[in-house]
Design a protein around this ligand. Structure first.
Ligand code: GDP
Ligand code: MG
Length: 289
């Protein structure tokens, strides 16, 4: 039996959430074309006949501009310390030198596997060049080329991970997909739809707080607050005659129903909390601690 912790690191948009989802075969981490949608350490637990891998999808590596960002960076460093294997994921077409700088600066002590992602969108010469570039690096024990989206290279990726993991018993019961509460994933699904529906600063200024989660006989009743920074953003989120929030509610509800496997009654409220991103109490209340 092999078991251990595998943490996924990489720049925003490299494909960390997509990779985690593909490996897990369930929609656990939220995916969006915009950056910084993953603020928490999400753990997916993959249990096989003779292994258990606990994955963590870390926030993107960014400069600590706000207090929120500082906490995100702390989360990145925190995951560094308790991993058995690090997956350093880079978009194969990205600026290689920049990725190299970030990975070197982490000063990793755990074995790291360089995952070159988005192979489906690159030509063989680009892939070869990137493979050669990273192969010689100190922090890189091996390179694997994958497409998280098209699910190619993942068997090889798992083989390498399993060969590097220590022997040990499973940490979690095998029906646990994740150790985060369902409420958290519900909040993340609503937040993902905010990223799809609204433009500019709205997604970055919004957070979601699930207030009520009640299992009734025929459905699950969920109440959530969408917390915004400014009064002016409220009108945008609601839309004309509540058109936008209605659309948000419908999209989110469909996803949540699929995730929970049962009918959902979803109620959304929009609230304004000025400067929540710079306020320690709010950050704690919203789970960023
Ligand atoms: P994260 O910020 O690192 O978690 O990145 P995401 O997983 O959210 O992915 C960012 C964007 O890249 C999304 O639009 C994904 O659909 C896209 N993406 C991720 N993996 C692949 C891949 O293997 N191939 C292609 N073509 N796109 C991908
Ligand atoms: Mg992500």
């Amino acid at each position: 039996m092999k078991s251990g912790f595998v943490n996924i690191f990489g720049k925003p948009n490299a494909g960390k959430s997509t990779l985690l989802n593909s490996l897990m075969g369930e929609k656990l981490a939220i995916v969006s074309p915009k950056v910084q949608t993953t603020r928490h350490r999400i753990k997916g637990i993959l249990t096989g006949e003779n292994y258990q891998v606990i994955f963590s999808d870390t926030p993107g590596i960014i400069e600590p501009r706000y207090k929120l960002h500082e906490k995100m960076m702390q989360a990145v460093k925190g995951s560094l310390e308790d991993a058995d294997v690090a997956l350093l994921i880079a978009d194969v077409k990205d600026d290689l030198a920049e990725a190299d700088e970030i990975f070197s600066s982490l000063s990793l002590t755990v074995p790291s596997l360089l995952v070159l992602n988005k192979a489906d969108a690159a030509d063989p010469a680009t892939i070869q060049k990137a493979t050669d570039f990273f192969s010689g690096r100190d922090y890189c024990r091996e390179v694997v080329v994958v497409s998280a989206l098209k699910k190619t290279g993942l068997t090889r990726l798992m083989e390498i991970i399993l060969s590097w993991l220590p022997e040990g018993e499973a940490f979690y019961q095998d029906d646990n997909l994740s150790d985060l509460p369902v409420k958290f994933f519900v909040g993340e699904m609503i937040r993902e739809k905010i990223f799809y529906l609204y433009q500019d600063e709205i997604p970055y200024h919004a957070t979601v707080l699930v207030q009520e989660f009640k299992e009734k006989t025929t459905l699950t009743k969920i109440t959530a607050d969408i917390i915004l920074q400014r009064e002016t953003q409220k009108g945008i989120v609601l839309g004309e005659g509540g058109k936008m929030i209605k659309q948000l509610g419908t999209l989110a509800r469909k996803d949540i129903e699929e995730f929970l496997g049962r009918k959902v009654f979803l109620e959304l409220f929009v609230k304004v909390r000025p400067k929540w991103r710079d306020n320690d109490t709010f950050l704690k209340e919203y789970g960023y601690n």
